[in-house]
Design a protein around this ligand. Structure first.
Ligand SMILES: [Zn+2]
Length: 307
């Protein structure tokens, strides 16, 4: 493999995360239900980490021009077995209380639950429950998931998710859904997600891990192709890991600033909030670019070292 090919491979790996994020904003056809990446990924996580028992919770969002927009999801299990789940109904009151404090635009749009290893359909109980939801809100939907295959392969196409509504007489039908595509809304949700202390830490660790893997692969390629000596490989690998640790601590430092910014939110007016949101997002993007730039420079430096 030529030097330039190694470099190209490294760059393409580094941009893996960015490309995946952009893919989420790609426009999709008009659908009955749109679910935010946050709400969907939470459900994927809960479903695929419970392959032995049914789990479930509530879908939160609003209805706009007949379209169901799901902005968030919750986990609310009271009792569960491999083939049955009883949702915690008291959780609904807590959710409504929480929503009213926020804006009042959102409401409970229905429930989601898993069918571990059984595939997606509506059982008699599911239909009866959904009928109650639709009597209260005709647009409400039921989401059924099976994450058992996904739990093994970790391939997104193996995660089964379907949305249903009951028919007026009997039975049910499927409704189409897609992941939320409004870039402004998506940015808002992602900013909120990143701003929470726990998630910023997770993102920082994930990014550092992905970058470390990319560097390992690229350096291995170089040694295999005898472009870099084994000792040199070890030395450069240690140096790069050191730089990565620095980047990670920078991201954690930024996370602290973001959390502090978040606290300021409550004491600011709307205009100031908008500015802070914009600036913190910009700061995060800038740090990302700086991190990628730094690694890129280091790789170019190593390539220059190669005889
Ligand atoms: Zn069911």
């Amino acid at each position: 493999m030529k030097k330039i090919d190694c470099l190209r491979k490294f760059i393409s790996q580094s941009f893996f995360i960015i490309i995946n994020s952009i893919r989420m904003i790609v426009t999709m056809p008009k659908l009955d239900v749109e679910i935010s990446p946050l709400a969907f990924s939470k459900i994927i996580d809960w479903t695929s980490s419970n392959t032995e028992r049914e789990v479930g919770g509530y879908l939160i969002g609003y209805v706009e021009k007949g379209k169901v927009i799901i902005t968030d999801s919750t986990f609310a299990v009271a009792k569960s077995t491999p083939s049955h789940v009883q949702l915690d109904e008291m959780a609904q009151f807590r959710i409504i209380e929480e929503i009213e404090k926020r804006n009042g635009k959102e409401t409970i749009l229905g429930f989601w639950h898993s069918h571990p290893g059984l595939g997606c359909f509506m059982s008699g109980t599911d239909v009866a429950t959904q009928k109650i939801y639709q009597a209260l809100l005709p647009e409400s939907v039921a989401m059924v998931n099976d994450g058992n295959k996904f739990a093994k392969t970790r391939s997104q196409s193996d995660f089964q998710a379907h949305f249903y509504r009951t028919k007026p007489d009997s039975g049910y039908h499927e409704v189409s859904f897609g992941v939320l595509t409004d870039p402004n809304e998506l940015l808002g949700i992602l900013t909120d997600y990143v701003q929470s202390e726990e998630n910023a830490e997770k993102i920082a660790q994930y990014t550092a891990r992905q970058m470390a893997l990319s560097i390992d692969d690229s350096l291995k390629d170089l040694t295999e192709n005898k472009l870099l000596l084994k000792e040199q490989f070890k030395k450069e690998n240690i140096a790069l890991k050191g730089d990565l640790a620095n980047i990670q601590s920078e991201i954690i430092e930024l996370k602290r600033n973001l959390v502090a910014t978040n606290e300021q939110f409550t004491s600011c007016n709307e205009e100031q909030q908008k500015q802070i949101r914009f600036l913190s997002t910009l700061l995060f993007i800038l740090l990302g670019i700086v991190s990628v730039g730094l690694i890129f420079t280091l790789v170019v430096f190593i390539l220059a070292l190669i005889p």
